[in-house]
Design a protein around this ligand. Structure first.
Ligand code: COA
Length: 663
């Protein structure tokens, strides 16, 4: 029989929001609970709130027993000796005041049986310091529930300096009996896991608003629309309460959490604007306690940078892991269950690329001058040893499914649901040769029937996408040789343009001449901020020969196309965006993450229909409108004949997410 099964009687000291929620959780799990507070009125209110909450759970069919049976397990008292008499486990949840907590523990220690474990639900006071007031330091532990305890799955279990392994094991088992998910925090660090991660995000959000003039609603919109978070940072601060948030972050900073304060938060608290509970915080609500979700448009915030917002939290992940505070798995679990993030921080870090996270932190450190943005040594060590995240097959986690095939001039990296074709002559700025063109075609063919691959990305290794055709091939070349070479490049670009899956160009630097011509044959172009694009052939006495005169004209217009081709000038990624040559521009360090977002988006669509849509646009563009419309109608007919179209329509009507199979 496990030791935690010997726990029967539990005392919960403090019947505020957390205390009554914790008492409810224990009672649901079958424990006998004594709930203590300083007045009968508080206790009566607490029991009423527990009854309300149980009734809600019961209506949703989440209780195995009747509300009355569960409530009958909770008795109340205002006397600490009565509260702890004969108990096996104690949870303290009184207000966050160290002296108050210490007094309570001192008293409880006098009357509680010596075998009883003491746990504190504190979020800000060191567990070790509290344990020192008792004669049972080895049986003293942190047990931090998330608010509201009956609904939130996560519990942070924190080891104090003296906590025994047995106490940790019993408490872990006990939380499982409570139907909660425990994570073990091996060192008594301020903020444990969840608050440390949360405030990294909040404080960076605050910095972007105060230092960069980003709009609060736009930043929240980005967090929701781009990162998929259930709430933006400011929305969440309002929800938690600005006074509570300020109190937590101050307590953490005083205990050594390196951070700069958020003046916005202090201002609002000074004005008595405390968030949802006072009716106004970062947002205005209809009245105190009346939460209404701030409305954002589906494309709002898309120009803000998700990597910058999250890089400090990833730095925190690295710190927690390197310091041995918690495992990667437990930190991921904490953000998923404690913050309702749709992914773990390690997944996010590996998708952004550890090298990119380091660059983002260096950028942040430069613009803010804040020491806390110094990249953690664990991250720089990963970069040095080539652990760059998903793309290298390993980062915080391992990705055995990522496979690299080497050709002479390119790499083909299969990283489901995408395949990445990577120009691989960084020293020669990835110049295009007939051999490279053949290899691109071969790589495309190699993954055409691979059902794991839904999208292809074309990008360059090093600082360049591709600086164009190898100029050496033009020396003393005959017209016929060049005619053939250009035909060669045309078949490669046509292969991309009419490929059966979407192709994204990730323009990571110069895309000149043939480089831009390859990018323009792709379906979507995403460029890093420092990329430069152009058709410089005129400077060599030649003209674009791999489709530049045609595709540039079709993407822009004859005026802009001639401007670029006749002058041979290079234009910045931002200008290229304005001209319609690229779809999106991101900071360099965010390019990989942005491309992965497009991959996920496209991979969630019906694959055959993607192909048909691409053909309707591409073939249609080349024909008079009568034949194009006829072609569109015919392709519509093909689309409706797929299983996926039936699934898409059915899923819409059944209000669920469609499952496309590519048939
Ligand atoms: N063909 C052959 N070699 C090329 C090349 C091309 N299109 N573009 C760059 N390279 C080579 C350079 O000769 C150099 O080789 P080296 O180290 O052996 O001397 C190497 O790549 C690095 O280029 P470099 O010019 O030193 O880099 P940079 O940062 O100073 O300039 C560019 C970068 C892209 C602006 C410049 O290389 C350039 O203008 N390239 C030609 C672009 C072009 O005209 N393309 C159209 C061809 S049709």
């Amino acid at each position: 029989m496990s030791s935690s099964l010997s726990i029967r009687k539990v005392a919960v000291l403090g019947a505020g929001t957390m205390g009554n929620g914790i008492a409810e959780v224990f009672a649901i799990a079958g424990y006998e609970v004594r709930l203590m507070d300083i007045s009968d009125e508080i206790l009566r209110n607490a029991l009423n709130r527990i009854r309300d909450s149980l009734e809600r759970l019961s209506k949703r069919g989440e209780l195995k027993e009747s509300v009355d049976t569960i409530l009958s397990r909770i008795t109340t008292t205002t006397n600490i000796a009565t509260a702890v008499e004969g108990i096996d486990f104690l949870v303290e949840a009184v207000p966050e005041n160290a002296e108050l907590k210490k007094n309570i523990f001192r008293e409880a220690d006098k009357y509680a049986p010596s075998h009883a474990i003491f746990a504190s639900n504190t979020s800000t006071i060191p567990i070790t310091e509290l344990s020192e007031t008792t004669s049972r330091r080895d049986k003293f532990i942190g047990l931090h529930f998330m608010n509201p305890p009956p609904l939130m799955k996560l519990v942070e279990i924190t080891r104090g300096k003296y906590t025994s392994d047995e106490t940790v094991n019993i408490t872990v088992q006990l939380t499982r009996f409570l139907n909660k998910e425990p994570v073990v925090v091996n060192k008594d660090v301020p903020g444990f896991i969840v608050n440390r991660v949360l405030f990294r995000v909040m404080l960076e959000a605050c910095r972007e608003v105060t230092q960069e003039g980003v709009k609060i609603i736009d930043l929240d919109a980005m967090a929701r629309n781009v990162l998929g978070l259930p709430m933006g940072p400011f929305e969440l601060l309002d929800y938690i309460g600005l006074d509570t948030s300020l109190f937590i972050v101050k307590a953490m900073t005083e205990r050594g959490f390196r951070a700069h304060p958020c003046p916005l938060l202090e201002d609002l608290v000074n004005k008595g604007k405390l968030g949802v509970k006072s009716g106004e915080g970062f947002y205005k609500y209809p009245g105190p306690g009346q939460y209404v979700k701030p409305k954002v448009l589906p494309d709002q915030g898309l120009d803000l940078d998700p990597v910058k917002l999250m890089a400090p939290a990833i730095n925190e992940l690295a710190w927690l892991v390197r310091e041995g505070v918690a495992s990667v798995e437990d930190i991921d679990k904490s953000v998923r269950l404690g913050l309702n993030y749709p992914w773990g921080l390690s997944d996010l870090a590996d998708e952004i690329g550890i090298d990119n996270v380091v660059s983002a932190l260096q950028y942040l450190k430069n613009v803010s001058n804040w020491d806390e943005y110094e990249p953690d040594p664990l991250l720089t060590e990963y970069v040095k040893s080539g652990k760059l995240g998903r793309k290298s097959g390993a980062g915080f986690r391992n990705y055995p499914e990522v496979e690299v095939r080497k050709y002479d001039e390119i790499l083909l990296r299969i990283d489901p649901p995408a395949a990445w074709i990577v120009f691989n002559k960084p020293d020669k700025l990835n110049v295009l040769t007939p051999r490279m063109a053949d290899e691109i075609v071969n790589a495309l063919r190699a993954v055409e029937d691979d059902s794991r691959v839904k999208v292809v990305v074309i990008t360059g290794n090093g600082r360049t996408f591709c600086a164009g055709a190898d100029i050496n091939q033009f020396q003393n070349a005959s017209p016929i040789q060049m005619f053939k070479a250009m035909r060669h490049y045309h078949s490669m670009t046509l292969e991309i343009e009419y490929y059966t899956k979407p192709v994204i160009a990730a323009i990571n630097g110069y895309a000149l001449g043939g480089g831009l011509e390859i990018a323009m044959a792709c379906d979507i172009r995403i460029a890093s901020e420092d990329a430069l694009v152009g058709q410089p052939e005129i400077n060599l006495g030649i003209i674009p020969g791999a489709g530049g005169t045609q595709r540039l004209t079709r993407l822009t217009n004859p005026g802009i196309s001639k401007e670029l081709i006749l002058t041979g000038k290079q234009v910045s990624a931002r200008k290229a965006l304005e001209y319609g040559i690229v779809n999106k521009v991101t900071p360099n360090y965010a390019l990989e993450f942005e491309v992965r977002r497009w991959i996920k988006e496209l991979a969630s669509k019906p694959p055959l229909t993607l192909m048909l849509a691409k053909y309707a646009v591409n073939y249609g563009f080349e024909s008079p409108i009568w034949s194009s419309l006829n072609n569109e109608a015919a392709l519509f007919g093909v689309a409706i004949s797929t299983k996926d179209s039936q699934e898409g329509v059915r899923a819409f009507l059944e209000k669920r997410k469609p499952k496309f199979v590519g048939e």
